[in-house]
Write a protein that binds this ligand. Structure first.
Ligand code: NAD
Length: 493
């Protein structure tokens, strides 16, 4: 059994706390380790280390800071397969998915390598006699990230590469359910040349999170997780004078018009709904179809594909659909499926009671498909975060948009159509943070920013891209006057 502690001041620590949390292999259901849950004193020690490192780091020219990130990119590539194996073992996602996750994280490192260009600021010469004005973007100080289980590498990498490139130091509190990846990410950063304290990892639960939220030396908090916790983090962090961005839960809709390429829509739906067992904040969990005839065609084609999904352990290259994270998640999802049946939805494919010889204790749920779901049902109202797709049937485009607009969450939405004018209206008017046209999941690249609207995001800034730089820096305006204007006559020569 492995024991995962913390990474503080450039050294792996065992953890002094008496409290621990089990780590499972979701494919076998076996307990494979324990996470040490950080105490308040350990958080304080990590903040002290980050604050000490900040003095030199924030003074280092940005071109020198990014040399470490260039090295880090190489080390990430070199160790990609090993990190992906650990990620897949603790999270349950397939090895391919785990590698893709890491590649997306490396894209943020690459974006952060360009920070000298992006921190240039603005300058106005001669705003009055002998005076100039300019702006700089200064680091905010010690920043913290609190992250979920579903992307143990990517979500932290949405945060810390950009934060440190901007001149901040960073404390990461990963999910206690999948803690190993963050430890590897931090030790590789040290190997890349990072000074002690630049990136500290505190494994733990809400005790560590709460201390970060109230610690006077933490200036900014980035959070990604479920909406109730996101709202709490935002309110508590703001009450303690911190800058906060808190990304929450999601319910992402795909709208299919009768004129769409239906085969293409069905193909992409399978991956965007069931990939990573639906445990993605950008997974499509609801498909809204215009017209009965289109809906009949799609449900028939979808059902065939969902039944064929190969359910298995993340380590098997033939697996399409791995397990969900733990026993509680499996029970919660199965209970929601039961509510769906009780509340009158048509269960077309039932993924419960799936049997996998050799993996009897794994947390598996097969692909599940509901038809004729309505807005009042629990399976529509709640984020399921599992391999369950709901089909809703409506008469026209405005009824579909009304459903999407009325949902609590506003992370992403996609339209499938061949009508350019309609697609353009959808992009302009639908009130979610990330919109797609004829694409599986509208996840922006590292050089754009990621974030939802409504109860999917608390705070003003999205993650990474230009919004990430704004979040991890403070604008400063400087006005100077230097009397004397010698040499003005040279202008005319
Ligand atoms: P979670 O909210 O349970 O936990 C997230 C983090 O918060 C973990 O580090 C956890 O230890 C900590 N935490 C939990 N309870 C806390 C409390 N009471 N006080 C302080 N900290 C607390 O989320 P999860 O189950 O790990 O992840 C799944 C959720 O994350 C889903 O709702 C999913 O939609 C969401 N998510 C959203 C995005 C996005 O970009 N919007 C991305 C990934 C995941």
């Amino acid at each position: 059994m492995k024991h995962i502690g913390h990474y503080i001041d450039g050294i792996r620590r065992k953890g002094n706390g008496k409290r621990t949390s089990p780590i499972f292999n979701p494919s076998t259901g076996e307990e494979i380790g324990q996470t040490s849950l950080a105490t308040e004193a350990e958080v304080d020690a990590a903040v002290k280390s980050a604050k000490k490192a900040l003095l030199k780091w924030s003074e280092l020219p940005s071109v020198e800071r990014v040399q470490i990130l260039f090295n880090y990119r190489e080390l990430m590539h070199k160790n990609l397969a090993d990190i992906a194996a650990v990620l897949s073992e603790e999270n349950g996602k397939t090895f391919e998915d785990a590698k893709n996750e890491l590649m997306r994280g490396i894209e943020v490192v690459e974006y952060a390598c360009g920070i000298p260009q992006m921190l240039k600021g603005e300058f106005s010469s001669q705003v009055s006699e002998g005076a100039d004005a300019w702006s700089i973007r200064a680091p905010v100080g010690v920043c913290a990230g609190i992250t979920p289980f579903n992307f143990p590498a990517l979500v932290p990498m949405w945060m810390f590469p950009l934060a440190i490139a901007c001149g901040n130091t960073f404390l990461l509190k990963p999910s206690e359910k999948a803690p190993s990846c963050a430890m590897i990410l931090a030790s590789l950063l040290s190997e890349a040349g990072a000074p002690a304290g630049l990136l500290n990892v505190l494994n733990g639960d809400k005790v560590a999170a709460n201390r970060l939220l109230t610690h006077p030396d933490v200036s900014a908090i980035s959070f990604v997780g479920s909406t109730p916790v996101a709202e709490y983090i935002y309110q508590t962090g703001a009450a303690n004078n911190k800058r906060v961005q808190a990304l929450g839960s999601a319910k992402n809709h795909m709208l299919i018009m009768p004129d769409a390429d239906l085969d293409m829509a069905v193909d992409v739906l399978v991956n965007s709904s069931y990939g990573s067992s639906g445990q993605r904040c950008m997974a499509i969990s609801v498909v809204v179809i215009i017209g009965e005839e289109t809906a009949d065609k799609i449900v028939e084609r979808l059902a065939k594909k969902v039944k064929k999904l190969n359910v298995g352990p993340g380590s098997d290259p033939a697996t399409d659909l791995g397990p969900v994270i733990d026993k509680e998640a499996k029970e919660r999802i199965c209970q929601l499926i039961e509510h769906g049946v009780e509340q009158g939805a048509n269960l077309i494919v039932d993924g419960r009671n799936i049997e996998l010889p050799g993996y009897d204790n794994g947390f598996f749920i097969g692909g599940t498909l509901f038809d004729k779901v309505t807005e009042d049902m629990d399976i529509y109202q709640q984020e399921i975060f599992g391999p369950v797709l709901s089909v809703m049937r409506v008469a026209d485009y405005s009824a579909a948009c009304h459903i999407i607009q009325s949902n609590n969450y506003g992370n992403g939405a996609v339209i499938f159509t061949r009508d350019g004018g309609l697609a353009r209206s959808f992009c302009r008017h639908i009130s979610v943070g990330m919109v797609g046209v004829n694409v599986p999941i509208p996840v922006p690249g590292a050089y754009h920013s990621f974030g939802g609207w409504r109860r999917s995001l608390f705070g003003d800034h999205h993650l990474h891209g230009p919004e990430g730089i704004r979040f991890y820096t403070r604008q400063k305006e400087i006005s100077t006057r230097w009397p004397g204007n010698l040499g003005a006559e040279f202008y005319s020569q």
